[in-house]
Each structure stands twice: as structure tokens, then as C-alpha cells.
Write a protein that binds this ligand. Structure first.
Ligand code: PGA
Length: 234
């Protein structure tokens, strides 16, 4: 039983998570480990394609991702929205405009995530559906590096809103009001369908589902935006 876990001296939890979860998962792990100090945790933070490779070789107890692979049988549960938004520097000429048509993305230098990224896949799907193509000026394998590049004036991008959780209302970045955005997606917690979860993995799954109810969706356009994940403690 999960209650017995408190007496457990040791155990290991192996997690595979996509890049955008790094804004909250380490904190949840922090409070989880305080409750269960005997547990060792290994956390792999990577993109969707690499996570899928890890699933194929059954490397982790649990996965957190936002695009479910079609050819792997997973038990999965959605636990929080993971919207994608258009991000620009605050002084961008489009920054204060309302209801921009999606075609406006065509004229802007664009910073794109690497191939294998689920963010990139979702962007490309929307662009194809709307017959829009963007001018990719730079390809980067990290959300944080993309934010720095936007701040540096290299262009605009489309990122998970959660990547903005560290931005304050006085920060340099803003969200553009473009039609068809946000792209609505969810984070799922998942494990291979045939896998028997360890007691530790079950405990973490319940802990995550409870703790994630307190995760705010960041909005740097609101003055009261805080990185509220410090309140996580179910
Ligand atoms: P990615 O996933 O790192 O594969 O782009 C992030 C996300 O979907 O939020």
C-alpha cells in the first residue's frame, strides 16, 4: 500500500519527461522526496522523439509528455493544459495589436525548435493547415535558448506558455494575440500499458495528480504573474 511507503528505506523512481515540464517537475520531486526520503530519482528531460525511443526500450517508470505516440500502447491521463503561444519581445511592433491574422507570422524571422520536438510538430501542423510558411532564421534545441534569442532580437517563436513561468510582468517577453492561438494541448502522465508500476511509481503518480492541481498557467501579460509553483505541497 502507498501508506506503507513512508517506512520504505530505499527505492528508485525513473522518470522521462519532455522539456517544458522542467518548470514544475523538479519542485514536485522536491516535496515528494521530503515525504519519502529513501527514494532515489533519475529524471531524464528530453524532447518527444527521444522520449519515444526511451519508451520503446522500456527505460522509465513514468513519462510526462504532450503528444501521445500512435504506435506505442500507453496508459495515459491528462493532468494540465499545455498551450502553445506566439512569443515576441515586448517592443515588437505587433506586441500591442489585437486579433492578428495567422499570416502575419510569414513576415517575421522565426526561431524554431529542433526536429524531434513535439512543439515543432504542433507548430508545423497548424502552419500547414493554414497554408502559412515561416522564415526560419534559427533552429534551437532548447526553450530557454529560444527565449534568450527572442530577447536578443533574433525573431519570434511559438512556445509552451509554461516556458514563461520564470518571466515577470517586467520581463522582456510578451505573447502576441494571433488567430488560432493558443494551440491547445495537454500534459499527460503515462506508462507502458503492460507495465506493472512499482509502489514508488504509483505513489509518485498520485502525488503528481494531486500537486498538479496547484500549478498556475503563467501569463506574463498579467501584472500579478508569479512563478506560483513554490506553493506545491499537496
Ligand atoms: P518538446 O515538447 O520538447 O518535444 O517540444 C515540449 C512540449 O510539447 O511542451
Amino acid at each position: 500500500k502507498i501508506a506503507d511507503l513512508k517506512g520504505t528505506k530505499q527505492g528508485r523512481l525513473q522518470l522521462g519527461v519532455i522539456t517544458t515540464t522542467k518548470y514544475f517537475i523538479p519542485r514536485i520531486l522536491g516535496s515528494f522526496c521530503q515525504q519519502y526520503p529513501g527514494i532515489d530519482i533519475a529524471l531524464q528531460v528530453t524532447n518527444h522523439q527521444k522520449l519515444q525511443e526511451r519508451m520503446s526500450s522500456n527505460e522509465d517508470d513514468l513519462y510526462i509528455l504532450s503528444q501521445l505516440p500512435e504506435d506505442i500502447d500507453l496508459y495515459h491521463q491528462a493532468f494540465l493544459e499545455n498551450p502553445l503561444v506566439v512569443v515576441a519581445r515586448k517592443d515588437h511592433p505587433l506586441a500591442n495589436q489585437k486579433n492578428l491574422p495567422i499570416s502575419c507570422l510569414q513576415d517575421e524571422p522565426f526561431i524554431m525548435r529542433e526536429s524531434g520536438s513535439g512543439t515543432r510538430q504542433a507548430i508545423q501542423k497548424l502552419l500547414i493547415q493554414n497554408d502559412v510558411s515561416v522564415k526560419v532564421r534559427l533552429e534551437l534545441g532548447s526553450n530557454e535558448a529560444i527565449k534568450q534569442a527572442i530577447s536578443g532580437g533574433l525573431g519570434i517563436s511559438i512556445l509552451s506558455k509554461h516556458t514563461l513561468s520564470t518571466e515577470s510582468a517586467h520581463g522582456e517577453l510578451t505573447i502576441l494575440d494571433v488567430e488560432h492561438f493558443p494551440i491547445q494541448r495537454n500534459w499527460y502522465v503515462a506508462h507502458l500499458a503492460g507495465k506493472q508500476l512499482s509502489i514508488i511509481a504509483q505513489a509518485f503518480l498520485s502525488y503528481l495528480l494531486e500537486a498538479s492541481q496547484h500549478i498556475p498557467i503563467p501569463d506574463p501579460t498579467k501584472a500579478s504573474n508569479t512563478n506560483g509553483v513554490s506553493q506545491l505541497n499537496p
